[in-house]
Design a protein around this ligand. Structure first.
Ligand SMILES: Cc1ncc(C[n+]2csc(CCOP(=O)(O)OP(=O)(O)O)c2C)c(N)n1
Ligand code: SF4
Length: 280
């Protein structure tokens, strides 16, 4: 190999090299999430032509743009209804939504709770960086109380959503949470979630040094990763009610929910059969 030749990585096939360099800040956790996702797809041996990834708007929403699958960048908060339509039209697809906490739980909050209630067969990966990263670090529904953001310079006065609890209460059949310091857990969880029949949800806590960390005593991504190292507790099967995240307290990670229920696609099929019988 000459000095100018670059060795090919087996994961390159899953990426759109022509879109590089990516837009993310140095130290951003989104690269780890992207890496875990493509490694999971590779390990699953699923035909990449049957993988479809949908996102809304935000830094996280840019992930699908770098992925070499059928991907869709939808309007802010509308990734879930788009993904549901896709799954109903093409049930053979593995449909993923990868998007930010603001996109999925603020403007898109109504869509996600109803997708979980209906047990729609899609996998949602929510990257939670505790703020609206792309628009400069405003407060969001997952911002911990007292955290400083551009719109809460004296500290956030609102209680934050505990995402695993919201999803479990709404009816998701698979719910897990990890941080970007646990990439192998993320990979395994994506593999499990994509095999579930029904609505699966994975929250990934991820550093946003530019917009969130530096305002909250984490000057760079390394400090955020150290914070994860000291504050993360792994407890599979924990009650999601225990999963509240405070500014300085513990981060509970693990698989919270893994159950089976009638899915939305089952109900769609039953309805079609019923209608056909009536018409016959
Ligand atoms: C209808 C609409 N409202 C507001 C915006 C502005 N906007 C763009 S991204 C974003 C939020 C991004 O935050 P999040 O989903 O948490 O993703 P992150 O950038 O942190 O990954 C907002 C409010 C928009 N693009 N469209
Ligand atoms: S603003 Fe935050 S989330 Fe967005 S790319 Fe930069 S570090 Fe990542």
């Amino acid at each position: 190999m000459t000095m100018h030749e670059v060795e090919e990585n087996p994961l390159d096939v899953y990426l759109r090299a022509d879109r590089m360099p990516h837009i993310w800040c140095s130290g951003c956790g989104l690269g780890i999430v992207t890496g875990a996702f493509i490694r999971a797809i590779q390990k699953s041996k699923v035909d990449p032509k049957l993988v479809s990834v949908v996102a809304g708007i935000g830094c996280t929403g840019r992930i699908p743009g770098y992925l070499n699958f059928d991907t869709f960048h939808t309007t802010h908060g509308r990734a879930i209804p788009f993904a549901i339509g896709l799954k109903i039209a093409k049930p053979e697809l593995h449909v993923f939504v990868i998007s930010g906490d603001g996109d999925l739980f603020a403007i898109g909050g109504n869509h996600i709770i109803h997708a979980a209630r209906r047990n729609v067969n899609i996998t949602v990966i929510c990257v939670n960086n505790f703020n609206y990263g792309m628009t400069g670090g405003q407060v969001g529904p997952t911002t911990p109380e007292d955290a400083r953001t551009t719109t809460t310079p004296y500290g956030n006065i609102e209680p934050a959503f505990n995402l695993p609890y919201v999803m479990a209460s709404a009816g998701a059949v698979y719910v897990a949470r990890w941080t970007t310091l646990q990439p192998r857990k993320i990979l395994d969880s994506i593999l499990e979630a994509m095999q579930k029949d029904g609505f699966s949800f994975i929250e990934i806590i991820s550093p946003c040094p530019t917009a969130y960390g530096r305002r909250n005593a984490q000057r760079d991504a390394m400090e955020t990763m150290k914070f994860y190292q000291y504050k993360t507790k792994v407890k599979n099967g924990a009650d999601p009610k225990e999963g509240d995240i405070s500014l300085t307290g513990e981060i509970l990670t693990g698989k919270f929910v893994d159950i089976q229920k009638t899915t939305y696609m089952d109900r769609v099929k039953m309805l079609i059969d019923k209608a056909n019988k009536k018409g016959a």
